[in-house]
Design a protein. Structure first.
Length: 190
């Protein structure tokens, strides 16, 4: 049942995933016996992780990685997965953007929702295939101008992020062709 829910969730979140309906998500328990070259997706959500398990670094062909709903305060070594297309880091304890994400040049979907991240670094521009960025419930209220170089960007979700009217207008100017999901402007300085 969990496998079915993961597939349904992925279909709703990542339009590119709908083309990959046969992708199988492996759990931590299945990785020990999984064939290294055929594992494309790993689901480690709700695993109580405080760091990435060393076992996952064997899977160099990984395209989908779900690390949501854990206790991760930092994430290192993501550059190990150069083929990663979908990365879910939502609902963790991340205070800082994991810089290794900037080396994921195939990344299309990045979910950072419900973390306390406040800054997206300039190096995000290297994710030239990024289509969807989920910042729901973070404290990110502005983006580096270098992100305007990402021509594939389709949607950025700022739901539940307090952003004043001036910053919202600036975001709309910078990303005129990107669907920006914004709440009503706040009467705040940021």
């Amino acid at each position: 049942m969990r496998f079915i829910l993961v597939i349904i969730s992925a279909l709703c979140i990542d339009p590119a995933f709908s083309q990959e309906q046969s992708v199988r998500y492996y759990t931590i328990g299945e990785l020990a016996t999984a064939p290294v070259d055929s594992v494309l997706a790993i689901d480690l959500s709700k695993s109580g992780l405080t760091e990435l398990p060393k076992e996952i670094y064997r899977f160099k062909h990984l395209q989908y990685l779900n690390l949501s709903k854990n206790k991760l305060a930092k994430v290192e070594g993501l550059e190990t997965f150069p083929h990663l297309r979908h990365l879910d880091l939502g609902k963790n304890k991340l205070e800082y953007f994991p810089f290794s994400i900037c080396q994921l040049t195939e990344l299309e979907t990045l979910l950072l929702n419900r973390n306390t991240i406040s800054i997206i670094p300039v190096c995000i521009e290297y994710c030239q295939r990024l289509k969807y960025l989920d910042l729901w419930g973070t404290t990110v209220s502005s983006l580096p101008i270098e992100m305007t170089r990402i021509k594939t960007l389709e949607k950025i979700d700022f739901s539940a992020v307090q952003i004043n009217k001036q910053k919202q207008e600036r975001l709309r100017e910078l990303f005129p062709t990107v669907k920006l999901v914004l709440d009503s402007p706040c009467n705040c300085a940021y």
